[in-house]
Design a protein around this ligand. Structure first.
Ligand code: BES
Ligand code: ZN
Length: 636
């Protein structure tokens, strides 16, 4: 998802080693748009942009947020670079945008109207917008407004927020939803810088994946700049009643006022995480690292919007037990935001590397024992996917042609990718692998690469030094074959062995649930405990578990998820009320979609699912709605 001499030069001058314990010096920006892969396997099937003709280098947004109409309205000015001098038009990606006017300019000052054609909407890609480009014009201005159902935006009523007083709006651009709020060349292999003027109701604050000013007065007009070139899927915006609390020198959190104290407490290790990651992989190049705590309808756990990670409040467990999610989003500041997958088939280069780095951060901050529990939970997820998905979808690289990256990005990319990297680490040793990754992140910083680019670089810069490890690493098998290769690393946890040895006598009817010694268990031990429950669990056993451990009332969203899944599976009626409240209260797709799927397995369950969904759907994000519509057969 090439250049030996450079690498050696970096290593021998100790460029990285020296920087590790100092404040980072900003990294010079390398030229953009390098490392473009060639051929069919590197084609981005999810964009209408033709980067061989015209490239966008900068987007300047001027948008007003209208909460009544649920629309962003205004214009986007694209600065263009013509690679093919004879190009007479430019194709942009859009989805459900109302295009009002298209103009061109030579200097960004004097504008002249030009023709455009908005093609019919394709189910996955949206509508191609073709704009005429007379010779010599380098600026393009598109006046437009978004649709209330824009796939990449969610508009919340005051009742759907914690404070209940003001509305809220946020974006989710990854994978291909930037086009639903900005007309652009929406491909991860193309990079832009961006600036924005955002107009909001006066009492609200706008934040973006850019240079937020925590001290900005709430004036209703906010200006942003993102000076580093980023792929379009990292453009992000949120507007709401947001306050800020500092967490450290360059870290902080934005949240609604009533959520802020809890969020700040839960996220108190963020500054340490940034320092730990720099120590491992080199300087953090983005300036500030802030976190935006969103309302519970946020469809993801987290989103690595540069300088401003978006996060679900379902990680606010009260004991920091779910903050590996922050480690994950922070890790993307290297794996993903610096080195980006060129196409959505290469997404393992983003997510697999990030999951590996996430675990390294967790190890550095919370210790190996904790990290190993998370690694085993990941290994179990991977096994489940390998056992249930079509074999072809369990390779790290697979063709995304004709598929929707917003529906079809599975955890294979995360967990198989992470296990591959751990297998490499164990084969060649941690120090050489860390050194390799540091140089890799630097070499491809601000670029987008394909799996083939990675393979070539990896063989040349790491495996050539360890020819005897070729079979142990089995690179091509990991990338192109289904399942998990034989020599895969095996995470180890005595903590989980203890959980299993507590569970066994109870399952065999030799001990009461209440006699299991759970006093010092963390969230991860509880997760393991619940995941180890057999298919044959009886209703009486469910009841005993609930009486002993009060699972139906547990506050931790991840533990509740596993318990509710079991409750549906085993028809445990006392959890029905909690299930309904959970599905209505949370919109994180990963936590709700499997519960709807589990319900939909029986005819009675499906009726319940549809009933709950009728109430819950209006509160869900368009991306979650679309996935659940499919699971419940509400769409072809
Ligand atoms: N970048 C992803 C979210 C994403 C992936 C959005 C693909 C659209 C397409 C983000 O970093 C992520 O992986 N989030 C996870 C949390 C993580 C701890 C596994 C999530 O949302 O659950
Ligand atoms: Zn991720």
């Amino acid at each position: 998802m090439r250049f030996r001499s450079l690498i050696l030069a970096c290593l021998s001058t100790g460029l990285f080693a020296q920087d590790q314990d100092r404040r980072p010096t900003p990294m010079p920006l390398p030229p953009v748009h390098k490392a473009m892969g060639k051929g069919e396997t590197s084609k981005d099937f999810h964009s209408y942009a033709d980067p061989s003709q015209v490239l966008t280098t900068h987007i300047a947004l001027d948008l007003k947020a209208d909460f009544e109409k649920r629309a962003l309205m205004g214009n986007a000015t694209l600065r263009l670079k013509l690679l093919d001098k004879s190009a007479d038009h430019v194709d942009l990606d859009t989805r459900d945008l109302e295009i009002q006017k298209t103009e061109v300019s030579r200097d960004g000052k004097a504008w002249k109207a030009v023709d455009h054609v908005l093609a019919a909407k394709e189910p996955i890609l949206g509508s191609k917008l073709t704009i005429s480009l007379p010779k010599g014009y380098r600026f393009l201005r598109v006046s437009y407004r978004t649709s209330p159902g824009a796939s990449g935006l969610q508009w919340l009523t005051p009742e759907q927020t914690a404070g209940k007083k003001s509305p809220f709006m946020f974006s989710q651009s990854q994978a291909i939803n930037a086009r639903s709020w900005v007309p652009c060349q929406d491909s991860p292999r193309l990079r832009i810088t961006y600036s924005a003027v955002i107009r909001t109701p006066k009492n609200l604050r706008a934040v973006m994946s850019a240079d937020n000013d925590p001290n900005a007065k709430r004036t209703g007009t906010y200006r942003f700049n993102m000076p580093n070139p980023i792929p379009s899927y990292l453009m992000a915006i949120a507007i709401g009643e947001l306050d800020f609390r500092s967490l450290g020198k360059r870290t902080g959190v934005y949240a609604e006022p009533s959520v802020l104290p809890k969020a700040a407490k839960e996220l108190e290790d963020t500054e340490k995480m940034v320092a730990a990651t720099e120590k491992l992989y080199g300087p953090y190049t983005w300036g500030r690292y802030d976190i935006l705590m969103l309302p519970p309808s946020f469809p993801y756990g987290g989103m690595e919007n540069p300088r401003l990670t978006f996060a679900t409040p379902t990680i606010l467990a009260g004991d920091k037990s779910l903050v590996s999610l922050i480690a994950h989003e922070l890790a993307h500041s290297w794996s993903g935001n610096l080195v980006t997958n060129a196409t959505w088939s290469d997404v393992w280069l983003n997510e697999g590397f990030t999951t590996y780095v996430e675990r390294r951060i967790v190890e550095a901050i919370y210790g190996r024992r904790h990290e190993e529990m998370e690694a085993i939970l990941g290994r179990q997820t991977l096994q489940h996917l390998v056992d249930t998905l079509p074999a072809a979808d369990t390779a790290l690289w697979f063709s995304m042609k004709g598929r929707d990256p917003d529906e079809d990005t599975s955890e294979i990319a995360y967990e198989k990718g992470a296990l591959f990297l751990r297998t490499i680490e164990e084969a060649v040793g941690r120090a050489p692998f860390d050194a390799f990754l540091r140089v890799y992140f630097h070499r491809f910083a601000f670029q987008s690469i394909t799996t083939a680019d990675f393979e070539a670089y990896f063989l040349k810069n790491l495996m050539q030094k360890f020819p005897e490890k070729k079979d142990a690493v089995a690179m091509r098998e990991w990338i192109y074959s289904p399942g998990v290769p034989k020599g895969a690393a095996v995470p180890q946890s005595d903590a989980f062995e203890l959980v299993e040895s507590g569970l066994k006598p109870w399952l065999e009817g030799r001990a009461a649930a209440s006699s299991i010694s759970t006093k010092y268990w963390s969230t991860q031990e509880w997760q393991h405990f619940l995941q180890k429950m057999p298919e044959s669990l009886s209703l009486a056993q469910m009841k005993e578990l609930d009486e002993a451990f009060h699972f139906t009332d547990v506050g931790n969203a991840e533990i509740a998820f596993l318990w509710l899944q079991l409750s549906i599976r085993h028809n445990y009626a006392p959890a029905n009320g909690r299930l309904q409240a959970y599905l209505i209260g949370i919109g994180r797709r990963k936590l709700i979609l499997p519960l709807y799927s589990e319900l939909a397995k029986t005819p009675e369950g499906k009726i319940r699912a549809l009933d709950i969904y009728k109430q819950a759907r209006p509160g869900y994000h368009p991306l979650a709605q679309s996935s659940i519509d499919q699971v419940l057969g509400m769409r072809p």
